[in-house]
Design a protein around this ligand. Structure first.
Ligand SMILES: CC(C)(COP(=O)(O)OP(=O)(O)OC[C@H]1O[C@@H](n2cnc3c(N)ncnc32)[C@H](O)[C@@H]1OP(=O)(O)O)[C@@H](O)C(=O)NCCC(=O)NCCS
Length: 184
């Protein structure tokens, strides 16, 4: 059993260890990390999963964060990731719970679209589709791994072009709805 909560400052060290184990210590060299350098994750969308019997950082079993990006030089979007689950706890729907919960929160906060670099075989169930056929491009990344999902009814309308790092925090990041409570 696990519990999903908002990430707390005391979780950061345990998340770094989890991410190093999931992606390797050279993970900062990945293309997606170019979009995270010097930019804070989107406020209110960083969630963690803990073992139901251990709410401390030592019981952390999963993490998800989102970063702000800009598409086509002007349209704000979210970059989902990294997402990681403790190897011994995979297959318990922790990843499913972290994605579903955070995407619902992102939609409630007014975000319109989420991008990620990952497998369609996993992320397709959450509404992600290949992004290149929609005219989206992340330089240096394998096109078949670039995925996009709408968070609003017309969230993908007009969303095309090259994905770039956000020059500053996404405006919707300051909407306080999601830090206050988590939707069920
Ligand atoms: C991907 C990950 C977050 C999934 O977490 P999880 O809590 O095990 O996921 P869930 O329990 O929600 O789903 C498990 C199912 O997804 C499948 N799955 C996991 N990773 C997958 C992948 N890359 N492609 C396709 N299916 C995948 C599992 O085989 C399992 O299938 P089953 O239910 O038919 O047995 C976890 O495997 C992980 O941390 N992997 C290493 C880091 C990583 O790859 N992160 C994603 C970056 S794109």
């Amino acid at each position: 059993m696990f519990v999903i909560t908002a990430e707390r400052p005391g979780d950061a060290a345990a998340i770094d260890i989890l991410l190093d184990r999931a992606f390797g210590p050279d993970r900062h060299g990945k293309i997606a990390y170019r979009y995270r350098r010097g930019v804070k994750p989107v406020a209110g969308l960083s969630l963690v999963a803990h073992d139901a019997a251990d709410a401390s950082a030592a019981g952390l079993v999963g993490s998800i964060r989102y970063w702000p990006v800009v598409v086509g030089g002007e349209a704000p979007a979210l970059l989902l990731g990294p997402l990681a689950v403790e190897p011994a706890r995979r297959g318990e729907s922790i990843g499913h719970g972290l994605i579903r919960r955070s995407m619902a929160m992102a939609a409630a906060a007014g975000h319109r679209a989420a991008l990620l670099v990952g497998e369609i075989s996993y992320y397709g169930q959450f509404g992600f589709d290949p992004a290149p056929p929609r005219g989206l491009d992340m330089p240096g990344e394998a096109p078949h791994r670039l995925l996009v999902a709408a968070l609003a009814a017309d969230g993908l309308a007009g969303l095309h072009g090259r994905i770039g790092p956000a020059p500053e925090a996404h405006p919707a990041a300051d909407i306080p709805c999601c830090t206050a409570r988590l939707p069920a």
